[in-house]
Design a protein around this ligand. Structure first.
Ligand SMILES: C[C@@H](NC(=O)[C@@H](C)NC(=O)CCCC[C@H](NC(=O)C[NH3+])C(=O)[O-])C(=O)O
Length: 351
């Protein structure tokens, strides 16, 4: 069955809408059977006026969770961790509830609270307080455990960065190396992702990159250049840097089974609904969106100060889209940017 050609005019319209809602720039790269299509609008640097550029790197935020999930599932496949084992079997005494399992972390059903809610309650002060800080994993887990649990282990879906901070700890425990080494060995090198890196706690982004601009809470206040930060508040939950081509390579290779054996990929893409409308789903470190044309796409979204990201592919990996807008704390921009998905994967709306 041939897939519909991407509606690149629709992609451009979504990128322009993201700008209208407050992004200095935005871009998208589609990879499909008929080749690659790119679109850019606005600027990647407000000071120099340099135009948005799909060869430029940026912070991918929670798309990092899918990288961490792939590494952890490879370790499960190698028999070094068990999905349904208690986290405390590997990290004794870490969590106050022995019933929290590895799988609960990957499905955001552990009940561990979201420590970034209080951390960034006041957007700019919260960001300025942590942008140059280096946290240990245990400090971040401590921030979460200081808050009430959101539910019983295995009960409701409740998104929390704490889950993927613990995933980072499990990866380091099982391999005896930092997560950066595992991303390199298991994903970045095999897939030749030349513009993807995990440089925590360095604050700079090497090579051509997009500058990110954070919207303050106060309407009309000037944007804050949030490009340089450690992202130590997220680490294995959100600190990877990449570019559109590498993200498309990653999501399509994942869906083509190049990173996980079939049974593990099936486990990863086995989802449960996260919204009452049942159009948004979560598997193991992976989101599934069901589009209006019936196409199901798998990947992740990302939000880090100054950057909104979408990185999704079809289940057969034949089509992939990555899109980015260089602002954040602006929900309307994120929603507008999400419009690239329907345009790219469903094609032109038939009259
Ligand atoms: C939701 C998203 N999650 C992520 O990417 C993770 C790494 N980011 C966050 O938890 C957002 C932290 C606050 C951002 C800040 N917001 C505020 O400061 C609000 N007061 C901002 O918008 O830059 C995902 O999974 O798609």
């Amino acid at each position: 069955v041939t897939s519909p050609a991407p509606d690149m005019d629709g992609v451009t319209a979504a990128l322009k809408a993201a700008m209208d809602k407050g992004a200095p720039g935005a871009m998208a790269r589609f990879s499909g059977p008929d080749g690659v299509r790119i679109r850019t609008v606005g600027v990647r640097d407000r000071a120099s006026g340099a135009g948005m550029d799909t060869r430029a790197r940026f912070r991918i935020g929670s798309v990092s969770k899918t990288f961490s999930s792939v590494v952890l599932l490879q370790l499960v496949d190698e028999g070094r961790l068990e999905l349904d084992a208690p986290v405390n079997r590997y990290l004794p005494g870490l969590l106050p509830d022995e019933r929290i399992t590895v799988r609960h972390l990957l499905t955001h059903r552990s009940g561990l609270a979201e420590y970034t809610d209080p951390m960034f309650d006041k957007t700019v002060p919260g960001f300025e307080a942590v942008r140059n800080r280096v946290f240990t994993y245990r400090e971040l887990v401590g921030l979460s455990l200081a808050l009430p649990r959101t539910g019983e282990p295995g009960a409701a879906y409740s998104y929390s960065n704490a889950n993927f901070v613990v995933v980072g700890m499990l990866i380091e425990h099982a391999t005896g190396t930092p997560v950066a080494t595992q991303y390199e060995r298991r994903i970045i090198k095999p897939l030749k992702l030349r513009h993807t890196s995990y440089v925590h706690p360095k604050t700079s982004i090497k090579g051509t990159h997009v500058r990110g601009y954070l919207h303050p809470d106060e309407e009309g206040a000037p944007l804050v250049d949030s490009t340089e930060q450690t992202v130590s508040w997220a680490q294995s939950a959100g600190a990877i840097v990449s570019d559109p081509a590498d993200l498309n390579t990653f999501t399509s290779a994942l869906m083509r089974g190049r990173l996980l054996p079939p049974k593990m990929l099936d486990a990863m893409t086995t989802v449960t609904p996260t919204d009452t409308a049942q159009t948004r789903f979560y598997g193991l470190g992976l989101r599934r969106y069901d589009l209006s044309c019936g196409t199901q796409i798998y990947g992740h979204t990302g939000t880090v100060q100054g950057y909104y990201t979408y990185a999704f592919a079809t289940r057969d990996g034949s089509r992939a889209l990555s899109a980015m807008a260089n602002t954040s704390n602006r929900g309307a921009v994120n929603t507008a940017l999400g419009g690239t998905l329907e345009a790219a994967f469903c094609g032109k709306k038939t009259a």
